[in-house]
Design a protein around this ligand. Structure first.
Ligand SMILES: *[C@@H]1O[C@H](CO)[C@@H](O)[C@H](O)[C@H]1NC(C)=O
Ligand SMILES: *[C@@H]1O[C@H](CO)[C@@H](O)[C@H](O)[C@H]1NC(C)=O
Length: 285
């Protein structure tokens, strides 16, 4: 008898073979499904978990130590999470916070442009731009994005640099007053690390008002997986975009200074905040 190349077909062998085939089919169909959902929706976006309360939540459920974090806020509450702890001098009253935010974003956009660093407005700040070209009166945070290569350049040449900003006001005909402000550009040393670390590592850089501790959050978009998913850009907080959703950026203005927004800004806003965000003219009264 010729020696067989194959093992004898016994019942256990047959069962093992069936299990293997079924498992491969399941895995294959999962992969195809993921692939098709990627190509059918041109923009993917998942609402991020509530970042700011994570340290406390994590500490109460886990025996693991909290992950390291570079930027520390003045506290975990909604109110305190808008200040960098190093510069926190006290909570800014509601009537004054808009002023602080306006000068933060004007200085950031203008100084980045003068340094030839490409940046654009994002998230809630983009929604404010869409409606009014301004910060929403109830907003407490400002969000901008850069590409990973811009962030690398910033980290190399501008980390921990201070930038002066002067502006004049003429309130109630009191005569023109000049105010000088200073802002700090600070870059997270682990910006290039892909891990979110339970939300501890999602902010890549900040533009901080050194008088109040209020800031602009800067996050970088990178092609995380250029071989498998070319042209898919994402931050560490699950927001994903295609190259043509962002570039070429649209030139516009925001709070009276020159600004840039993503090309597909409406689609991005609908993906992030829903259709109603571009329709409803009332919010929380
Ligand atoms: C940065 O990453 C290193 C290596 O994982 C870690 O030891 C360090 O604590 C991290 N620092 C911050 C500020 O995230
Ligand atoms: C930026 O500078 C600070 C202070 O020197 C440092 O702790 C941080 O690691 C630096 N960030 C980068 C990206 O090098």
């Amino acid at each position: 008898m010729k020696p067989s190349l194959y093992p004898p077909v016994s019942l256990p062998n047959l069962l093992v073979a069936i299990v293997l085939v079924v498992t491969s089919l399941i895995l294959l169909s999962a992969t195809i499904h993921r692939g098709s959902s990627l190509s059918s929706s041109s923009l993917l976006s998942t609402a991020p978990p509530p970042e700011r309360s994570w340290p406390a939540v994590w500490a109460s459920y886990s025996n693991e130590l909290p992950e390291p974090k570079y930027f520390h806020e003045a506290g975990n509450t909604l109110e305190m999470s808008h200040y960098d702890v190093r510069f926190f001098q006290g909570v800014i009253p509601y009537s004054q916070h808009c002023d602080v935010l306006q000068h933060l974003i004007r200085s950031y956009l203008s100084i980045m442009a003068s340094l030839k660093l490409e940046t654009w407005i994002a998230h809630g700040t983009l929604l404010g731009w869409w409606w009014n070209g301004r910060i929403m009166p109830w907003d407490y945070d400002l969000d901008v994005q850069v590409s990973m290569s811009t962030l690398e350049h910033m980290a190399k040449h501008f980390n921990q640099t201070l930038h002066d900003w002067r502006y004049t006001t003429d309130e109630g005909g009191q005569g023109v007053q000049e105010t000088k402000k200073t802002y700090l550009l600070d870059i997270n040393p682990n910006y290039s690390e892909l891990k979110r670390r339970q939300g501890m590592n999602v902010i890549d850089a900040r533009w901080i008002d050194v008088d109040t501790g209020m800031f602009v959050d800067i996050t970088a978009l990178a092609e995380r997986n250029p071989v498998v998913e070319p042209g898919i850009w994402s931050c560490k907080n699950f927001h994903q975009y295609r190259t043509h959703n962002i570039w070429p950026l649209k030139e516009t203005s925001f709070e009276g200074v020159r600004a840039k927004v993503p090309l597909d800004h409406e689609r991005i806003l609908v993906a992030e905040y829903g259709e109603k965000s571009l329709v409803l003219t009332e919010w929380e009264g």
